[in-house]
Design a protein around this ligand. Structure first.
Ligand code: PNS
Length: 164
């Protein structure tokens, strides 16, 4: 059985992520989406919120499961007996950083390969940080995140703004 990992912060999951999830899931028997729980980078959405949002949008893909991870990606991949890591590439600007991580991960665990999927053209500009920025200023995020998540993201920013 081929197991793949698609790691990320998913703060929040975007239409670009969902595209990579769907395409990666077709290439393996099981795809585990690894939601980074990193103490250095405090996310806007809690671990549980990020996990639940992915579970919601990937509910109709039978071979996908979602889990958190802390620490090194290679250790999480080992624990999950994964053979391959998937990452999406939007532009050349992503490449340098992603290549460095992929090479580092292969140094740490040579049997683990990274497969890059080219982002679909319509998602090339899309990132979680842009979604957060637009949501913060009450902009229209309907072309950026899956439809079911629009009220969740908007509610989160209403909560945040009501506290400031
Ligand atoms: O969605 P992101 O924030 O671009 O995802 C980055 C991620 C989670 C793939 C990367 O930060 C990661 O793998 N972090 C885990 C820690 C680790 O393994 N570090 C060594 C390689 S950077």
């Amino acid at each position: 059985m081929r197991i793949g990992i698609y790691p990320g912060s998913f703060d929040p999951v975007t239409l670009g992520h969902l595209d990579i999830i769907k395409r990666s899931a077709k290439l393996v028997d099981k795809l585990i989406i690894g939601v980074l729980n990193n103490s250095k980078k405090v996310p806007v959405f809690t671990n549980q919120e990020r996990k639940e949002m992915i579970e919601t949008v990937a509910a109709d893909i039978p071979n996908v499961e979602v889990d958190y991870f802390t620490g090194l990606l290679v250790d999480f991949a080992k624990e999950k007996q994964a053979d391959v890591i998937f990452r999406g590439l939007r532009a050349v600007s992503d490449f340098e950083y992603e290549l460095q991580i992929a090479q580092l991960n292969r140094t740490l665990r040579p049997e683990l390969d990274t497969v890059f999927l080219a982002a679909s053209v319509e998602h090339a500009y899309l990132s979680s940080s842009l979604v957060r920025e637009i949501a913060q200023y009450r902009g229209d995020i309907s072309s950026l995140v899956p439809e079911e998540l629009i009220p969740i993201v908007e509610r989160k920013y209403q909560e945040i703004l009501s506290k400031t």
